[in-house]
Design a protein around this ligand. Structure first.
Ligand SMILES: CSC[C@H]1O[C@H](OP(=O)(O)O)[C@H](O)[C@@H]1O
Ligand SMILES: Nc1ncnc2[nH]cnc12
Length: 345
C-alpha cells in the first residue's frame, strides 16, 4: 500500500490544528474582552423577556449590556439572565430585554430538568411582566409544515406530574385561572408581526392546540395518532409548567412555536434530534427576524399597558391565595413574600 501521502497529511492536520488554536485564542480573547465590558448588575426594571428554546440559545443582533445571576428561593435559573438593549422605534430610547436560555447555555438541561420556578421567579423579580417563549415543536397536522410558525391558543397537558408546577404549596394554597393558557392581547401583537413577515419566508398559523408531553423520549406512534384525534396541532416538552407559573406570577405569556418535524405519525420519516436541529438551523434567521419584529413592536409606548400586564395585576393577590393567615407555613410565606413583596403580609 502506498502511504507516501501520510507526512503531508500529518503536516496539513498539524497546520490546521495550529490555525484552529490561534483562531480559538483570538476568539476567546475577544470574548473575554467583551465579557469584561458586560456588567453584572442592571438598575432599571426590565419588563419584557424572551425564553429561548432548542436552537435559540442566544439572541444575536442586540446590544448585550449585562449578565445577571439571580438566586431565587426556588434555586438558580437555567442560565444567567442576559440583558439586551433594543432601541424603541418610537422614542429611540434603549428598551431592556431579558433573555434566558431554557435548556442552559449549552443545552445541558433536559425538559424535565428545566428549573421553571426559578426562571419565572427570577424574571418577575427583575420586573418582567411579558414573556415571549420560543419553542421547537413537532407538527400534528399536515398543513403545519416543518419551518412553519404557530402561535398556539390552547394546551393539553401530557406531562407526568414529576416537574414542580406551582409556587403555591407547603402551607400556602392558591388557585389561578388557566382556561386560556396564553395571553390573547400579546398573541394579537405577535400574530400581526408574524403576518408582516409573510411572503418573506415566514408562514404563520394563528391558532393551534399545543400538546405538552413529558419526554425526553419522543412519542410512540399510537400516542402521536391519539393526540391528532384530540385535535392537537403541535407537540413539545416545554410549555408546562412554564406557562402555568407565568400565570401564577401575573406575567403575560405567549409561546411562539416553530415546527421542526411531523413527529412520527407522518410517512415522511420519524422525528430525530438531527431533524429538529436541521430545520431550526435552516430557519433560524426567520425565527430571529420574527422575535426581533415582536420586540420592536412591544417597545412602542402604545403597548405599555399590555407589556406591564396591567390586566393581570393583583389577580394572584385577590383571587389566588386561599389559606388564612394562621394556617400559612413560615417557609411558604417567606418564599411567596420574595416573589410578591407585600401581597400576603
Ligand atoms: C430537541 S427536540 C425536543 C426538545 O425541543 C423542544 O425544546 P424547546 O421547547 O425548548 O424549544 C421540545 O420542547 C423539547 O424540549
Ligand atoms: N416531535 C416532537 N415531540 C416533542 N417535542 C418536540 N420538539 C420538536 N419536535 C418535537
Amino acid at each position: 500500500m502506498n502511504l507516501s501521502f501520510l507526512p503531508t497529511l500529518v503536516r496539513c492536520q498539524r497546520q490546521s490544528l495550529r490555525e484552529t488554536v490561534v483562531r480559538c485564542k483570538l476568539t476567546s480573547a475577544k470574548f473575554a474582552a467583551n465579557m469584561a465590558d458586560i456588567s453584572s448588575t442592571y438598575s432599571d426594571p426590565i419588563h419584557i423577556a424572551v425564553i429561548g428554546g432548542t436552537g435559540l440559545q442566544h439572541l444575536p443582533g442586540f446590544t448585550h449590556v449585562a449578565n445577571l445571576n439571580v438566586t431565587t428561593p426556588w434555586g438558580m435559573p437555567s442560565s444567567p439572565i442576559s440583558v439586551l438593549h433594543h432601541p424603541s422605534p418610537t422614542s429611540g430610547k434603549p428598551i431592556p430585554i431579558a433573555f434566558i436560555s431554557r435548556h442552559g447555555v449549552h443545552h445541558e438541561l433536559a425538559p424535565h430538568e428545566v428549573p421553571s420556578r426559578a426562571n419565572i421567579a427570577a424574571l418577575r423579580s427583575i420586573g418582567v411582566r411579558t414573556i415571549i417563549a420560543f419553542s421547537a415543536v413537532g407538527s400534528l397536522k399536515e398543513e403545519i409544515k416543518p419551518r412553519d410558525f404557530v402561535v398556539p391558543d390552547q394546551v393539553i397537558d401530557r406531562t407526568k406530574g414529576i416537574r414542580p408546577f406551582t409556587f403555591f404549596e407547603g402551607g400556602m394554597v392558591g388557585h389561578v385561572g388557566f382556561a386560556d393558557p396564553f395571553d390573547e392581547g400579546l398573541a394579537k401583537v405577535i400574530r400581526t408581526c408574524g403576518h408582516s413577515l409573510e411572503g418573506d419566508g415566514v408562514v404563520l398559523h394563528d391558532k393551534g392546540i399545543l400538546v405538552c408531553m413529558e419526554g425526553p423520549q419522543f412519542s410512540t406512534r399510537a400516542e402521536s395518532n391519539l393526540y391528532r384525534s384530540w385535535g392537537g396541532s403541535v407537540i413539545n416538552m416545554s410549555c408546562l409548567p412554564e406557562s402555568k407559573l407565568a400565570r401564577e406570577a401575573e406575567i403575560s405569556y405567549q409561546m411562539i412555536c416553530m415546527a421542526t418535524d411531523y413527529d412520527c405519525w407522518h410517512n415522511s420519516g420519524d422525528v430525530s434530534v438531527e431533524m429538529v436541529m436541521g430545520h431550526m438551523k435552516a430557519n433560524s434567521q426567520n425565527a430571529l427576524r420574527f422575535v426581533g419584529a415582536v420586540l420592536n413592536e412591544l417597545s412602542k409606548e402604545e403597548h405599555g399597558e399590555q407589556v406591564l400586564a396591567k390586566h393581570l395585576d393583583g389577580q394572584t393577590k385577590f383571587a389566588g391565595a386561599i389559606t388564612a393567615k394562621p394556617g400559612r407555613s413560615e417557609e411558604a410565606s417567606k418564599k411567596l413574600g420574595w416573589l410578591f413583596p407585600g401581597y400576603f403580609d
